[in-house]
Design a protein around this ligand. Structure first.
Ligand SMILES: Cc1cc2nc3c(=O)[nH]c(=O)nc-3n(C[C@H](O)[C@H](O)[C@H](O)COP(=O)(O)OP(=O)(O)OC[C@H]3O[C@@H](n4cnc5c(N)ncnc54)[C@H](O)[C@@H]3O)c2cc1C
Ligand code: FES
Length: 249
């Protein structure tokens, strides 16, 4: 159980550095000790810019220690571009921690599968608990965080040429894992769910849809449940047991 309640605060930026081709690492100072934040939880962030974009942007927490939160993000559009320009001593408005988290390991370490910007929560998990991490990108992300051996790129510019599921089949016996955790594009998660359905493993998926509020108010982040009802990803997730969600729509 996560003990920390979501808190809205203005966080002084400690650093915001380019760490890869289009990737940045943002470190902020928090007003309270956030040691209890767990991998998989996220935050809604907004810089003190004008009204465009108006809505905060969701980012997974990549590290939480004492009075510091780290985020790793890819610049994709206007929000993340503006975020990348913010430097100390400016402050960011943050609502955190939000959502549930990946379960800590029980008897054995899990397999962690990341696609694109899905890697920060799994990177946090691996740093905190361990586990075998495989990560796929469209092209070389030029990040200094991983060994080439665990990377797949669609264009073959780094590591294995192909996607992360093809890398998985080429280097690991999936049956050896009783727990698999994944975060990435919907198509990757769908394929992984199908691959795992005949296996006896617990598959946990982190769903990263567009979010407007992050607090359950706008209903903008709905995903269909197994019973054809709806979950709100921001408050019921973002992590779900694969059998609980219907990813076909
Ligand atoms: C729970 C959660 C955790 C996330 N964690 C991270 C993280 O740790 N690091 C990171 O880099 N990004 C993460 N994202 C995605 C991030 O929120 C978006 O990339 C960001 O909001 C884009 O904002 P923007 O204004 O720069 O781009 P926009 O102009 O809003 O969009 C630019 C492009 O990105 C696409 N896009 C926007 N949001 C998403 C999304 N959620 N998933 C897929 N495509 C999207 C748009 O369709 C568009 O093509 C997370 C999303 C969620 C919901
Ligand atoms: S983002 Fe508003 S309900 Fe989930």
């Amino acid at each position: 159980m996560n003990k920390l309640k979501p808190n809205f605060f203005s966080a002084p930026i400690l650093s915001n550095q380019k760490i890869g081709k289009n990737y940045f690492c943002l470190k902020v100072k928090t007003p309270q000790n956030i040691d209890q934040v767990e991998p998989g939880q996220f935050a809604m962030l907004r810089g003190k810019w004008n009204y465009d974009p108006l809505l905060p942007r969701p980012l997974s927490i990549a590290r939480a220690e004492k009075f510091q939160l780290d985020f790793i993000y890819e610049v994709r559009g206007r929000g993340t571009h503006l975020l990348s320009l913010m430097q100390p001593p400016r402050e960011i408005e943050i609502l955190a921690p939000l959502g549930n988290s990946f379960p800590p390991p029980e008897n054995s370490l899990p397999l962690l599968l990341a696609g694109g910007i899905g890697f920060p929560p799994l990177y946090f998990y691996q740093q905190k608990y361990g586990g075998k991490l495989l990560a796929g990108f469209q092209t070389n992300p030029e990040l200094d965080l991983f060994s080439d051996k665990i990377i797949a790129t669609d264009d073959g510019s780094l590591g294995f040429k192909g996607n992360v599921l093809q890398l998985l089949e080429s280097c690991t016996e999936i049956n050896n894992y009783s727990t698999i955790m994944a975060c990435g594009p919907r198509i990757m998660l769908k394929q992984l769910k199908n691959r795992c359905s005949p296996l006896q493993c617990n598959l946990f998926l982190s769903l990263e849809e567009k979010m407007a509020c992050g607090t359950g108010l706008c209903h903008g982040c709905a995903v269909k449940s197994r019973q054809n009802d709806y979950f709100k990803i921001c408050t019921d997730g973002p992590i779900f047991k694969s059998s609980d969600v219907n990813l076909e729509e």
